[in-house]
Design a protein around this ligand. Structure first.
Ligand SMILES: Nc1ncnc2c1ncn2[C@@H]1O[C@H](COP(=O)(O)OP(=O)(O)OP(=O)(O)O)[C@@H](O)[C@H]1O
Ligand SMILES: [Mg+2]
Length: 324
């Protein structure tokens, strides 16, 4: 039986009004995220992939209530995240946590690790100081750090240890969902696989769901059960990770994956080089957002009609006119 859905996005869009130049009073609209639909089940990892600027971080910020959607809803345990108040909001803030690429950029260097890790507990739950200590030690233990580290200060740690501490702080409330935006990008390659394995082990042990944003597609493939491939703010292909990596259907997914794979002498794995640049989300093209760069345009329809996602297999949905 399928695990219960814990979070879903329906028709989610975020548009930013920006000034049209320094001296101008006119504004223009940046369409950062357009009509996203996805859901995530208990214990599952959904990865958002796509080139820089396609809307991944904006999506995670909407999920975390750091920004309000222009349209659409996000439901967590069946309740609209952006309408939560009081006890429901407190519960959401404790159940949903995040780990970013550089969680230390905002940390106070005079705060002890114990207090940094404990913060989500102290803000969202009512516990005695002894209980907080116990939970901090438990979280540090889960990320492979002993309780003695709790008394230390940030500068005493290496990059990999710091990311472990950030993860400890994200799991200290025993959350249901952790949002990971580039969790290993700032780390040395030698440390990355340790952190990735740690995330995977913790998921198996605690049944946490993850929403993962990672440029590194090898990391994505290893951690994610499902992927959503984004281009200019829209999901253009989504579904089961193995099916999409083994058999990408959208020409953009094909190009994205071919560029990430190690070069191979076989024709099949040859890198597909796309023409042109990603268009600006200030003036996205009509029709399919990918059509100006697509090597497989099938006709006028590509420049006139937006291709809605449609099921290609029971596990994969694709938004491309080739498949209509
Ligand atoms: N506050 C904002 N005001 C105006 N435009 C914004 C704002 N935040 C994001 N954008 C724009 O929205 C688009 C999506 O940005 P976002 O940061 O979500 O992309 P991303 O997929 O996370 O990229 P990266 O891989 O580089 O992190 C970009 O064009 C960005 O410039
Ligand atoms: Mg980002």
């Amino acid at each position: 039986m399928k695990n219960p859905t814990i979070l879903e996005a329906r028709g989610l869009s975020k548009h930013f009004e920006v000034k049209d130049g320094f001296f101008s009073r006119e504004t223009k609209t940046v369409r950062a995220v357009n009509d996203l639909n996805f859901e995530i089940s208990k214990g599952e990892t959904l990865a958002l992939v796509g080139e820089s600027g396609c809307g991944k971080t904006t999506t995670t910020r909407l999920l975390l209530r750091l920004q309000n959607p222009t349209q659409g809803v996000i439901n967590f345990e069946g309740k609209d995240v952006h309408s939560l108040t009081g006890a429901d909001l407190k519960r959401f803030r404790s159940r949903v946590q995040a780990v970013f690429q550089d969680p230390w950029s905002s940390i106070n260097p005079r705060v002890r690790i114990r207090d940094f890790v404990a913060e989500p507990l102290i803000v969202n739950e009512t516990l005695t100081s002894g209980e907080v200590d116990r939970r901090v030690h438990e979280a540090l233990d889960a990320v492979g750090l002993g309780p003695a580290h709790a008394r230390k200060y940030p500068h005493e740690f290496s990059g990999g240890q710091r990311q472990r501490i950030a993860i400890a702080s994200a799991i200290v409330t025993r959350p249901d969902l952790v949002i990971l935006d580039e969790p290993v990008s700032g780390l040395d390659v030698s440390i990355r696989s340790q952190i990735i394995n740690l995330l995977k082990d913790m998921q198996q042990e605690y049944g946490i769901s993850y929403i993962l944003v990672a440029h590194d597609l090898a990391t994505t493939r290893y951690l994610a059960d499902k992927v959503a491939v984004m281009y200019l703010g829209s999901i253009i292909e989504t579904g089961d990770t193995d099916q999409i990596f083994d058999h990408p259907r959208h020409p953009y997914t094909e190009a994205l994956l071919s560029a990430a794979l190690p070069s191979s002498p076989t024709e099949k794995n040859r890198e597909i080089v796309l023409k042109g640049e990603i268009p600006s989300p200030l003036s996205p093209p009509d029709g399919c957002p990918f059509h100006p760069r697509c090597p497989k345009v099938v006709g006028n329809i590509c420049s006139t009609a937006f291709p809605q996602l449609a099921a290609e297999t029971p596990q994969v949905q694709v938004g491309c006119h080739i498949y209509k």
